[in-house]
Structures are given as structure tokens and as C-alpha cells.
Design a protein around this ligand. Structure first.
Ligand code: PHE
Length: 448
């Protein structure tokens, strides 16, 4: 029996979990999905999703790992003695591949923008049209996006190969606060230099008529994506710890993650309106709006480089969390050597990533229902696979496990009895019903 690695402290586990949660999902995806889904209306529904569903789901996933003390494929069998729930682990692995294939593409963009911050002297003198053009030219280039994509995959593979994740996670204890500080600075800067209130109105005032079934589904998906729920990453991290109050850990991760996403909106939307950028521009939004911010800032170059560097590092702590889970699974379940498992994951993800990368900006080899491969991987994972993964974990925890075992474990992990009573009702009834209703509503099977 191999010795299982443990986090040296509960802070180690917190840093790793926050590292996984905070990433492109907060700074790149949140603003673009909010921009496409009505701004303030989306923000409101998003916050409700984090509070009502994301936070309990996060505690659930961490707890399953902590109880089982093993990774996602074997955890469910270990806790119930049968194989009925193993599909959750398998779904998680498939989802991880799909997430990584588009995530690496965008992570590559962050590297390109470090380079562009220097080569254009922090986008000096560039108009909105120039910035849009720069993005289009880069993303349709037949070399650069692929080179950055592969570079990022190799970087992640190397971190795993050298076993220095812990080091990176320790580093993220410094980098995350820096990222946070820079976002606060940029948000205040936006507030002070912005003359148009439309950006704030768009982002902070909820127009209830804009809340459609799609907006609700997108908010649910985005909250699970941003918190890294439903894939097995948190389960794995939970399995590395034996101490610490689970509710406090869950709160810390949820609050930090949500704050960083919220700040990204506070920087991007005022800029979008004062620079005449389309709020619903889609995946390129942050890569046009952020350069616009730096183009007019004193000391813009330092901030631009620092920002894209921190964004790349935040993306790296998220990619290694997914990458490690896959390598560990190939190693545990199929007995592959870690080095070989690492290579296989890298090659498969590179192939999928190249297809996604190729599908940007009208270059798609195929489109399905009007969506490119990139869009498919992006939307289908967030909106369906992660909520279904999270839902299955909740059904497992609420209905598949012995009630006494779950109760005793949660109390042992530091949950108060009164909180448990509410929590378990959410896990057994409220959240599963809500997720099913949201999905049925989206498909038009049900009209609310
Ligand atoms: N939460 C990460 C982000 O916001 C993405 C992620 C999703 C990581 C699922 C792991 C698992 O960037």
C-alpha cells in the first residue's frame, strides 16, 4: 500500500483549493458570461447560486474525499461497498479532459498578452478597434496560439513531473493576495477615472426582466466551474486532509473565489462602456478590455505585465489541479507509471486543445448547432457536466451513504448540529430539485 500524501497543514489544503478555484474562470469567464447574460441580472442569480448551491456542494465534495481518504474513482466504492456510484468519478475524468482542452487555449492567451504588454509598450495609443484587431490577428494566427497552448501544457506537465505542486501552491499564498490587491487597485482606478456610469448600472443593477432560463443555467454552471465543483478535484484535495473545520474552509474558498470574480467585473464593465467595447463580445472580452485599461494608465506596463503574469499563474494552479487528478487516476486505477500517465494526459489534452484552438474565429473544422468545438467544450462542461457531477455527489451523500455515517462525519469535521440540519435538507432535497428544475426549464420541458 502506497503512503498517501497529506497536506502539511490545513493552510496547505486551503491554498491548493483556492489555487484550483481562482483562475481564468474568475477573470476571463465570469465577465464574459455576465456580459452575455444581462450583467446585473446575471450577477444576482450568480451570487444566489454560490450561496444556495455552490457552497453546500463544495462542502459535500470536500467531505466525501475526507471521509474516503482516496481519489474520485475509488472513493464512492470505498464508502458504500458497491460500484453503483463509480460513474461519478468516470464523468469527472471525462469532464477534466474537456475542461483542460479549452482552458489551456485561454491560458496560452495569457502568456501571449504578457508578451504583448511588453512589445506594444502596454498597448499605448491603441484604440478599441486596434485592440479588437490585435486579438483577432493573434487568435487566427496559424502558429502563435498553438505555441502558447503547448507551452502551457508542457509547463503544467513539468510541474507535475517534478512534483513541485506543493511549492507552486505555497507560492500562490503570495500570488493570490497580489492578484487580489491588483484587482482592487484596478477597480478603484476604474472608479476614479471613469466618467460613464453605464458600466456600473449594467453590472450592478439587476433588470429582472432579463432573468431567463438560460441566464439561470449559465449562472449555475459558472458558479460550479468557478468553485471547481463536480469534477473530483476538491474530493481529491479533501482526501489529503484530516483536520480543520469543513464549514470554515468551504466559506473561505467560496468568499475568496467570488470576491475575485466580482472585482473582475468591477474593472471590466466600466471599461467596456467607456471604450465602446461590446459587453457581449464573448470569450475575447477580458483580452480586449484589460489592455484598454492598461493603455491609458500611468505605469501601465508594469501593471499589464504583472496582471497577465498573475493571471497565467492563477491559471497554472487550476490546470495542475485537474492535471494531477488525471495522472493520479491513471496511476491508481490502471497502474500506469506516473511519468507515462503524465505523458498520456499531456498528449491527449494537446490534441483536444489544438482542435479547440483551431475552432476560434471562424477556423472551425466543424460546428455543431452553430457552436464551435471551443464553445462546446466551454459550455457543455460548465452548464451540464459540472452541475450533473455535483448533483450526483449530493445524491450520493444524501441518499447513497448511511445517514449516521454522514452525520457523524460532518460533526467530526466541525459542523454544528443546527447547521447540519439545514445542510442535509439542502443536500437531499433543495439542491437536487433546483438543479433538475433549472435543466428541465432550459430544455423547455417545464416552464417557470
Ligand atoms: N475553477 C477554475 C477556474 O475558475 C477552473 C476549474 C474548474 C478548475 C473545475 C478545476 C476544476 O478557473
Amino acid at each position: 500500500m502506497k503512503e498517501r500524501s497529506q497536506f502539511s497543514s490545513k493552510f496547505g489544503m486551503l491554498a491548493a483549493a483556492v489555487g484550483s478555484a481562482v483562475g481564468l474562470g474568475n477573470i476571463w469567464k465570469f465577465p464574459y458570461v455576465a456580459g452575455q447574460n444581462g450583467g446585473g441580472a446575471f450577477l444576482l442569480v450568480y451570487l444566489l447560486c454560490v450561496l444556495i448551491m455552490g457552497f453546500p456542494a463544495l462542502i459535500t465534495e470536500l467531505s466525501i474525499g475526507r471521509m474516503a481518504q482516496t481519489g474520485p474513482i475509488s472513493a464512492f466504492k470505498k464508502l458504500t461497498g458497491n460500484n453503483r456510484w463509480t460513474f461519478i468519478g468516470v464523468l469527472g475524468i471525462i469532464t477534466s479532459f474537456l475542461v483542460l482542452s479549452f482552458y489551456f487555449v485561454v491560458a496560452g492567451w495569457s502568456l501571449e498578452y504578457i508578451y504583448q504588454s511588453i512589445s506594444t509598450m502596454s498597448f499605448k495609443g491603441m484604440t478599441t478597434a486596434d485592440l479588437n484587431n490585435a486579438f483577432d490577428q493573434f487568435s487566427t494566427n496559424t502558429m502563435r496560439p498553438y505555441i502558447w497552448l503547448v507551452t502551457f501544457i508542457v509547463m503544467s506537465g513539468l510541474v507535475i513531473y517534478m512534483g513541485v505542486q506543493k511549492g507552486i501552491e505555497k507560492g500562490s499564498k503570495v500570488m493570490m493576495p497580489m492578484l487580489f490587491a491588483i484587482m482592487v487597485y484596478l477597480a478603484v482606478h476604474a472608479l476614479l477615472t471613469n466618467s460613464s456610469p453605464e458600466g456600473y448600472e449594467f453590472y450592478l443593477l439587476a433588470d429582472f426582466s432579463k432573468i431567463t432560463p438560460t441566464v439561470v443555467l449559465q449562472a449555475l454552471g459558472q458558479s460550479f466551474f468557478s468553485l471547481s465543483i463536480g469534477i473530483g478535484v476538491l474530493l481529491t484535495y479533501g482526501s489529503y486532509v484530516k483536520e480543520g473545520n469543513i464549514v470554515i474552509t468551504g466559506l473561505q474558498i467560496s468568499i475568496l473565489d467570488t470576491l475575485i470574480a466580482f472585482m473582475a467585473g468591477l474593472v471590466i464593465f466600466p471599461t467596456v462602456f467607456s471604450f465602446g467595447i461590446e459587453a457581449n463580445a464573448g470569450p475575447e472580452l477580458a483580452f480586449v478590455a484589460m489592455p484598454a485599461v492598461f493603455s491609458q494608465m500611468t505605469g501601465g506596463m508594469v501593471f499589464a505585465i504583472l496582471f497577465f503574469l498573475l493571471l497565467a499563474l492563477a491559471a497554472l494552479t487550476s490546470t495542475i489541479s485537474l492535471y494531477e487528478v488525471m495522472v493520479a487516476m491513471l496511476n491508481d486505477t490502471f497502474g500506469l507509471k506516473r511519468g507515462l500517465a503524465n505523458l498520456i494526459v499531456g498528449v491527449v489534452v494537446a490534441i483536444l486543445g489544438i482542435i479547440c484552438c483551431n475552432s476560434i474565429n471562424g477556423h472551425s473544422i466543424f460546428t455543431l448547432c452553430g457552436m464551435t468545438c471551443f464553445d462546446w467544450c466551454d459550455t457543455i462542461t460548465s452548464n451540464y457536466f459540472l452541475p450533473i457531477g455535483g448533483l450526483s455527489m449530493m445524491l450520493f451523500f444524501g441518499w447513497g451513504c448511511s445517514r449516521k455515517k454522514v452525520h457523524d462525519a460532518m460533526i467530526e469535521f466541525g459542523m454544528k448540529e443546527w447547521f447540519y440540519k439545514i445542510y442535509i435538507v439542502f443536500v437531499r432535497f433543495v439542491i437536487p430539485i433546483l438543479i433538475v428544475l433549472i435543466m428541465l426549464n432550459q430544455f423547455g420541458v417545464l416552464k417557470i
